[in-house]
Design a protein around this ligand. Structure first.
Ligand code: PHE
Length: 466
């Protein structure tokens, strides 16, 4: 393998601390930041929701991310091996490791379909975009994209191929290299769009929507949604950060790295809001458009804007880049586990996992149709979710993964590192390479008490107990 250190250490390694930070920022910053965060902020009335989300990131997400990276770096293994090494051979703690791998598998299978929409919209924008179309036509475009199985299948295939191609390249010449190119590009594109948004009439209205707390607009469900999203956006609970931490040298400072990654992820999510809402407000549209915010409201705004086709291309390309660097992290979790646990080499392992995930994603790509994955699955799942509440294949697995598997995985990590890991190994894992050794006790306290309570609250909410 061409990778620098792989010949000596057998395992890939980041070329530097910044290589790790950029790759991890790439993993964290994704559709969650640019597609999902703005629309849930819109649905939950802005200000106060944002404030609570920031609190969740700092007090719950950050400690868990540190636990994951610590576990990965200390063991130099992907989730299953990391859990095993930090407990003992034959310990049942490998089960959460395997659940994490399964979660990565599931999320990527449908994430690729949403990324496919972004690819399709980039393609549409390149062809002159939405100019000349009225609002009705644009919103029916989104509807017809979702219900067009062949189209979705095509873009799902294209996106999975791109993801597989990067992961085959390995840690340094695949994952890190693409992050080093795409992340700075993403930052620049977002700044350019922010410049555009700042000149629009709606900017001050948008600014106060995002930053002035208004208690009357937030529901109890919104508080818990903020917590759930902090897991998704930081890629926690499925071992992605364990895996990325495992490619890190022992001398690196993980405490400051984790803080930088969380800040980058949060800033990008906030900037995405400050790009979207001014445009939406300037055109007199509602912030509550739901998942269609990016695929319907924004194209409507672009269609009425001078140079709209160019801006639309920039925006949707940015969405594709963000999705790609996240998707590779999910595939990397699955692939690196196969490499660690079997003797299979990277290339066949990637092809095998990529193909399996691709196949599992096909029903997601067909979820807007009348067939088995769409209407058929809705009828079947109505038995579980209740009459008229049935979900298609896509929604079922999104619900399962985001609402259950990620929080459960995060809880497991926190409990494992806080209660099961030995004090000496845990302290060493934290302190190695960092100047912030005095934060150890505060971190451990958060991990022991606040994190489990917070996560259990989300799960109880999902069960409608609180
Ligand atoms: N954090 C990514 C996003 O915001 C999604 C993700 C979840 C990536 C879990 C990896 C693991 O889009």
């Amino acid at each position: 393998m061409s990778e620098g250190n792989e010949s000596t250490t057998r395992r890939g390694q980041w070329s530097s601390r910044w290589g790790f930070i950029l790759a991890s920022a790439g993993c964290a910053i994704g559709l969650g930041n640019i597609w999902k965060f703005p629309y849930i902020t819109g649905e939950n009335g802005g200000g106060l929701f944002v404030l609570i989300y920031l609190g969740c990131i700092a007090l719950i997400g950050l400690p868990i991310m540190l636990a994951e990276v610590l576990l990965g770096r200390a063991t130099q293994k992907s989730p299953v091996g990391a859990y095993r090494d930090f407990s003992c051979k034959g310990s049942p703690w490998v089960i959460p490791g395997w659940i994490g791998v399964m979660t990565g598998f599931i999320i990527l299978s449908y994430y690729s379909v949403v990324a496919g929409w972004a690819l399709h919209y980039t393609w549409l924008s390149l062809q002159g975009g939405f100019s000349g179309m009225d609002a009705e036509q644009i919103s029916s475009t989104f509807g017809s994209v979702f219900s067009n199985g062949t189209l979705n299948l095509g873009w799902h295939s294209a996106f999975m191929l791109m993801t597989v191609a990067v992961v085959i390249g390995g840690v340094r010449s695949g994952v890190e290299r693409i992050a080093r190119i795409l992340m700075p590009l993403l930052f620049v594109m977002l700044l350019v769009l922010l410049g555009l948004a700042m000149q629009s009439d709606g900017f001050s209205e948008a600014f106060s929507f995002v930053f002035s707390p208004d208690a009357s607009k937030l529901t109890r469900a919104g508080v818990l949604e903020a917590l759930g999203h902090s897991f998704f956006t930081l890629s926690l609970g499925m071992g992605a950060m364990i895996t990325y931490g495992s490619y890190l040298k022992k001398k690196e400072d993980i405490v400051s790295a984790v803080v930088v990654i969380s800040i980058l992820d949060t800033v990008i999510a906030l900037v995405a809001c400050l790009v979207l809402f001014p445009i939406i407000f300037s055109f007199g549209m509602e912030p509550k458009a739901g998942p269609g915010l990016v695929f319907v409201s924004l194209p409507i705004a672009f269609s009425q804007m001078a140079g709209g086709a160019v801006w639309a291309t920039v925006f949707f390309a940015l969405l594709v880049f963000a999705a790609l660097t996240s998707a590779i992290s999910m595939l990397e979790v699955v692939v690196s586990t196969i490499i660690d646990e079997t003797r299979i080499k990277r290339t066949p392992a990637t092809l095998l996992c990529g193909a399996a995930i691709y196949l599992f994603g096909i029903p997601s790509a067909l979820s807007g149709t009348d067939g088995f994955a769409g209407e058929g699955f809705k009828k079947t799942t109505a038995v579980v979710f209740g009459e008229d509440q049935g979900k298609n294949w896509f929604d079922t697995f999104d619900y399962l993964a985001s609402n259950w598997l990620l929080p459960l995985g995060g809880l497991m990590i926190a409990v494992f590192v806080a209660y099961r890991a030995g004090e000496a190994a845990r302290r060493k894992g934290f302190e190695e390479g960092t100047r912030f050794q005095n934060l150890y006790v505060a971190w451990l306290l958060l991990l022991r008490y606040l994190v489990p309570i917070g996560v259990v609250a989300v799960l109880l909410h999902a069960l409608k107990i609180i």
